[in-house]
Design a binder for this molecule. Sequence first.
Ligand code: S3P
Length: 181
Amino acid sequence: MKIILIGYMGSGKSVVGKGLSEELDLPFYDLDQEIVAREGLDIPSIFKEKGEIGFRKIEMQVLTELLERDESYVLSLGGGTPCYGNSMEVIKHTNDARSIYLKASLKTLLGRLWEEREFRPLIAHLDSQELLEDFLRKHLFERQFYYNQSDLVVEVNEKDVEEIIDQVKDLLHEHRAISSL
Ligand code: S3P
């Protein structure tokens, strides 16, 4: 099975994905890291050199290649991956893929992203907490349309990584049991 983690920047996709892959003894891929390895550039440099549109094209191509592999794994997407091109449709039509939305509240994201924003090209320019909050509120609202198309949803607010991993595993078991009925 391909387990695909979806969620806004700062929702914990990478750390949860890595931990989950270790517990399930599956390979782990982080889409951003795959893009960085392929391009030989970090994410801010790709945005700078190729623009966001260039980044989205590479992102879609790397995602498609990973989904076409005949392999089980855990894959953490970038926060914007499901919201561009037809990526959510492609994920939904991949038979052995199960998507999980790690759902974080605006408050949780604001607390995490303020300190880390300089590494994230979409929010690096927001130089007050008020501006960041306004941006996140609107952006999260727009993106939830895509995130909510995931097969499963796990709320991550105030939970530690282990708790989130356990919930993801439980939900995957239930989902598997229900879909085999
Ligand atoms: C983005 C999220 C980032 C990275 C890029 C764009 C987005 O990934 O793909 O900066 O559009 O939300 P993370 O969600 O892993 O930070």
